[in-house]
Design a protein around this ligand. Sequence first.
Ligand code: PLP
Length: 365
Amino acid sequence: MKIPPFTTEEETKILKPEIMKEIERVIDSGQFIMGPDVKEFESEVAEYLGSQYAIGVNSGTDALVIGLLAAGVGEGDEVITTSFTFFATAEAISQIGATPVFVDIEEATYNINISLIEEKITEKTKAIIPVHLYGHSVNMDPLTEVAQKHKLKVVEDVAQAFGSEYKGKKVGSIGDVGCYSFFPTKNLGAYGDGGLITTNDSEIAETAKMLRVHGAKKKYQNEILGFNSRLDSIQAAILRIKLKKIDEWNEGRRKVDKAYKKYLGDVEEIILPSEQTYTHHVYHQYTTRVLNGKRDGLQNHLKEKGIGSMVYYPTPVHKLPLYAYELDLPNTMQLTDEVLSLPIYPHMSEEKVELVANAIKEYLN
Ligand SMILES: *Cc1c(COP(=O)(O)O)cnc(C)c1O
């Protein structure tokens, strides 16, 4: 039996009849860009997330670019974030002419180490991007405190954490702006590209809405330099269906976590992800740490057994050719060598988890 790191096979089986009907309805309506489905989705998703405004865009990367600009960040500013993330977090900062300033991460959560933020703040610092990596919330209270003290905007990168919570609130609704991705592998995935910006600030919402349609409030009255970054009606119709399932399917991922803990909890050379008391983890990735230099060997062993696993990410952002910064980020460097993401998806059976666990134990013991 082959076990992929992620698959939509089961969910597609469940939803296909309904999705095909909805796609047909959108096609018959003749409204393919924005339109009523996007409006409906925006209002449903705003309600789900507990944010006042939700603005659909073309991708998570665009959500970050437009979210930063709408929050007033731009040319020459500095934005503090982590290097232990997908490239797009930093790319969005650089894309608008600002500079990413990388802070090290905490070992326990793989998220930004908040106690190291303040020393990186300069006169040019405008914002912080906390990344809720792998579906686990950043500790937002102390982060918000630092931001408020220095009058910095908080732009949350929620690409990997749709439905995750911080102290009972959905992540993305806590900072000034929340930026989500609907890339097909994300917890709420479309069948193509898509993204979302959320905010409780009417001015930010207004600017973001203009930026996504060429900087115009009124058609053909372009006021600022914008983008063509809209959510397609078909994607919005699909997302409306999948939004109804998100809690159940995030719960499915949490069951997979419990199963991994049952079978691997006492294996010494692998550290399983842990959930802090302030979060409700949605396990976008099931990222473990493999100790004693055994990560690559274990990954090869799993591959031979037909089990897919991934390294997110093989190179920390500050070491990518675009940046190639010399920085002292010891946890970022160490965890880059140790992380291994095991198969996880909402409908993964306990039997499959056990197979993965057995293959791991075979190699590590
Ligand atoms: C996926 C992802 C993005 C970008 O989202 P796209 O929709 O692929 O543009 C940004 N940040 C993080 C942390 C991501 O995982």
